[in-house]
Ligand binder design. Structure first.
Ligand code: CUA
Length: 329
């Protein structure tokens, strides 16, 4: 007869004691190595301090009631040793940690960009090919994936323990995250920031597939509109083109070949045209107006969902990509 205890024991015998989740991304092993190092340093210093305490307690115990110890007036050698060794150790931690952090925060240029919208209490994900998922994320093994994320309500946090990545998902702002999955399988996806009653239920799974299986999944899942196409539709639906595509006399700047560039504002400042700036310009159009234009654009706050904004951005980015691909006249 199998009791839960017996099956748990069988699992432990088979896999060992699972202290860590699977190492399923390109950085997982290296994050763990750093973590092991920090733990080893902490443990060895704790051991050293405790052993010394006990050793000195015995060695320097009072041997007779009238014994008076010799006063000590310091030791330069000792002070240098206990300053330099911790300094070196913390510098190792700093540079090791900073290098890893930098790598985790910098997505490779060829990463596929997916959008994630968090809301109480679910994750809505859209692939660049158009497929939508809720609380599920299908990705191929071995290919970098970048997630651009925002929230429709409160702060959430996107956490895939097996990939060792986590990032807050904030209302009114874009945050991003990237990973390369290295091992096919199904992994937990959690919300790691308390976001209301059903926070603990705001979870899902990441399904890592072999490239061929992923292609099959992609073909099988209903694609619907790509973010780009949907964005183009919204662009016309909200009449963006009447001001932004009217030629030299238009009331708004052209959006072709604009993404990733730097533009000058009415105030004389410059701003880099990225996701955050475009989003702000749709929802808060008078905040940073491009030089040579009047602050006449109405806000679209409340008229367009976060997903809609992301689709518009995909469309505006495609205008830059197309321009880049064509020979200049
Ligand atoms: Cu969303 Cu916790």
């Amino acid at each position: 007869m199998t009791t839960p205890l017996a099956s748990a024991m069988a699992l432990v015998l088979q896999h060992g004691i699972p202290i860590f989740p699977d190492q399923a991304s390109s950085i997982a092993r290296r994050v763990d190595l750093l973590y092991y190092f920090l733990t080893a340093v902490a443990l060895s210093f704790s051991a050293l301090i405790f052993l010394t305490v006990f050793y000195f307690a015995v060695k320097y115990r009072q041997r007779s009631p009238d014994e008076r110890p010799q006063p000590i007036h310091g030791s330069l050698t000792l002070e240098i040793i206990w300053s330099v060794i911790p300094l070196l150790l913390t510098m190792v931690m700093f540079f090791w940690g900073a290098t890893l952090f930098y790598e985790i925060r910098t997505a490779p240029g060829d990463a596929a960009t997916l959008t994630v919208v968090g809301k109480q209490w679910m994750w809505k994900i859209q692939h660049p090919e158009g497929q939508r998922e809720i609380n599920q994320l299908h990705v191929p093994v071995g290919r970098p994936v970048r997630l651009v994320m925002t929230s429709e309500d409160v702060i959430h946090s996107f956490f895939i323990p097996a990939f060792r990545i986590k990032m807050d998902v904030l209302p009114g702002r874009y945050t991003d995250l990237w990973f390369t999955a290295t091992k096919p399988g199904t992994y937990h996806l959690f919300c790691a920031e308390y976001c209301g009653t059903k926070h603990s239920g705001m979870r899902g799974s990441v399904v890592v597939l072999e490239p061929a299986d992923y292609q099959a999944w992609l073909t099988g899942a209903p694609a619907g509109e790509t973010p780009e196409t949907a964005g183009g539709r919204l662009f016309r639906q909200f009449n963006c083109h009447t001001c932004h595509e009217a030629g030299p006399t238009s009331r708004g700047p052209s959006l072709h070949e604009i993404f990733g560039k730097t533009v000058r504002l009415r105030t004389g400042e410059t701003v880099n045209v990225d996701d955050g700036y475009l989003r702000e310009s749709i929802l808060l159009p008078t905040a940073k107006v491009v030089a040579g234009y009047e602050p006449v654009m109405p806000t679209y706050q409340g008229q367009i969902s976060e997903e809609g904004v992301m689709q518009l951005l995909a469309y505006i980015k495609s205008l830059t990509r197309e321009a880049g691909g064509r020979p200049q006249p």
